[in-house]
Design a protein around this ligand. Structure first.
Ligand code: GDP
Length: 385
C-alpha cells in the first residue's frame, strides 16, 4: 500500500488541504475494511468510472474501491536539514511516504503571515528542495562511508565487490548531481534495474515522485491562471524536470465541501460565478485529478475482480506479474497460483448488463494468463489456484 505526504513551508495551506480531503466525499470511507484513521492520516477513495461500470455489469451487490493514503506532514522551515524547527521529525516523516504533494503558496492574503515575509513560490520551491537535497547529501555521505569500509574488506574478484563498486560509482554521480541543487529523481530517465535496486535500498527523499500544488485563490483556480505560474513552470523545468505543477485552491476545496454537504449545487454555481467575475458557471473539486496524477507518478495501475458479491479494484505497480497480483489479494494465492482468466476492460466498456459470461467466452474475450503474464491496467481477473 503506497502512501503520499503533503509537504511544504508553514502557512501555505497544507492542513486546509488535508482537512478538505478528510471532509470530501472521497475521504475516509467509513465502511472501508482496513481504515485505521489517525489524525495525520487520511484515506481517499480512488474514483473509478471503470469500477462503477463493472459493478453494474456484473450486478455486484457492492463495490470496493482502491484507496490512496495521504499524510499531513509537519511544516518545513529553512534549515530543517540542520535540525531547525521540527526538522528531523519532518524529514523522517517524508522518508516514510512514497510520493510527495508539495503545497506552495500562490495566494495573497495580508491576514495570513508568510513565514519568509512575502509570497514568492520560486523562493519557497527552492527552500524546500534545498533542504531535501541537503539532507540527501548528508545521508549519502553516511552510506558511502560504510560502503567504503565494506569495499576495502571485500575480495576484488567477488560479485559483491563489483556490485558495491557500481553502487559507489552511482552514489558519486548522484552527489555531483545534487551539488547542482537537483533531485535524484531527475538524474536520468533510463535507470537500469541494478540502479533501481540500489536506489530502492536507500530511500532518498529526492528520489520520490513529486506533484507541486500551487495553492491559489478560488478566483485563480476557477480561471486557471496565476501570476506566478509561468515562473513556477520555468523553475520546475530547470530544477525539477518532469514533475507536474497543478493549480489548486485549498479555499475552493473547503467551500466546495461545504456546498456539497448541503447538497447545494445552486449555491456552488453562484459562488463560482461570483468568484470568477461571471466567467465560470460550475466547477468540480480537483481532488480526483490529484489522486489519479499521484497514482500515475507512483507507477500504480489497477486490476479488478468482479462477481455477484462485490466488484473490487486492486492496486499494483506497473510491471507486476500475475502471481504477484494474486498475492495482493491473498498471500496464499500467490503460492498456489496456476493461471488467470483475464478480460480487458476495453472489451467490457460498451457492454450493457446483464453480462453473460458464456458470451465473453464465445467471443474469445477471456484470455488465459500464466505465471509470466504481466498485468495491464484495467484487467478484470479471475485467478485459478
Ligand atoms: P499549513 O501551515 O501549511 O498547514 O497552513 P494552513 O492550512 O494551516 O493555513 C494557514 C492559514 O492560511 C490558515 O489561516 C488558512 O485559513 C489560510 N489559508 C490556507 N489556504 C488558503 C487559501 O487558499 N487562501 C487563503 N486566503 N487563505 C488560506
Amino acid at each position: 500500500n503506497l502512501t503520499s505526504g503533503i509537504v511544504g513551508l508553514a502557512n501555505v495551506g497544507k492542513s486546509t488541504f488535508f482537512q478538505a480531503i478528510t471532509n470530501s466525499k472521497l475521504g475516509n470511507p467509513a465502511n472501508y475494511p482496513f481504515a485505521t484513521i489517525e489524525p495525520e492520516e487520511a484515506k481517499v477513495v480512488v474514483p473509478s468510472e471503470q469500477l462503477d461500470h463493472l459493478q453494474k455489469l456484473y450486478a455486484s451487490s457492492k463495490k470496493v474501491p482502491a484507496v490512496l493514503t495521504i499524510y499531513d506532514i509537519a511544516g518545513l522551515t529553512r534549515g530543517a536539514s540542520k535540525g531547525e524547527g521540527l526538522g528531523n521529525k519532518f524529514l523522517n516523516d517524508i522518508r516514510h511516504v512514497d510520493g510527495i504533494f508539495q503545497v506552495v503558496r500562490g495566494f495573497a492574503d495580508p491576514e495570513i503571515t508568510h513565514i519568509e515575509g512575502t509570497v514568492s513560490p520560486i523562493r519557497d520551491l527552492s527552500i524546500v528542495q534545498d533542504e531535501l537535497v541537503l539532507k540527501d547529501l548528508e545521508f549519502l555521505e553516511g552510506i558511502r562511508e560504510k560502503l567504503d569500509r565494506k569495499i576495502s574488506k571485500a575480495a576484488k574478484s567477488s560479485g559483491e565487490f563489483k556490485y558495491m563498486s557500481a553502487e559507489l560509482e552511482l552514489l558519486n554521480a548522484l552527489e555531483d548531481h545534487m551539488y547542482e541543487g537537483k533531485k535524484i529523481a531527475h538524474f536520468k530517465d533510463d535507470w537500469t534495474p541494478e540502479e533501481v535496486s540500489i536506489l530502492n535500498k536507500h530511500n532518498f527523499l529526492t528520489a520520490k515522485p513529486t506533484i507541486v500544488l500551487l495553492n491559489v485563490s478560488p478566483k485563480n483556480f476557477l480561471l486557471q491562471q496565476n501570476k506566478y505560474l509561468n515562473d513556477v513552470n520555468d523553475w520546475m523545468e530547470n530544477y525539477s524536470p518532469g514533475d507536474q505543477v497543478l493549480l489548486f485552491s485549498a479555499e475552493f476545496e473547503t467551500k466546495f465541501n461545504e456546498f456539497m454537504a448541503d447538497n447545494d449545487v445552486e449555491g456552488l454555481d453562484l459562488y463560482c460565478k461570483l468568484q470568477s467575475g461571471g466567467e465560470v458557471d460550475h466547477k468540480e473539486t480537483c481532488l480526483p485529478r490529484l489522486i489519479h496524477e499521484m497514482r500515475k507518478a507512483l507507477g500504480l495501475i489497477s486490476f479488478y475482480t468482479c462477481g455477484p458479491l462485490e466488484a473490487r479494484q486492486w492496486t499494483i505497480r506497473e510491471g507486476t506479474l500475475a502471481p504477484q497480483a494474486a498475492g495482493v489479494i491473498h498471500t496464499d494465492l500467490e503460492k498456489t497460483f496456476i493461471s488467470a482468466n483475464i478480460t480487458k476492460f476495453s472489451d467490457l466498456a460498451f457492454m450493457a448488463p446483464p453480462l453473460k459470461e458464456s458470451q465473453l467466452k464465445a467471443q474469445a474475450l477471456v484470455k488465459r494468463g500464466g505465471k509470466q503474464y504481466e498485468m495491464e491496467d484495467g484487467d478484470v481477473v479471475l485467478f485459478k489456484a
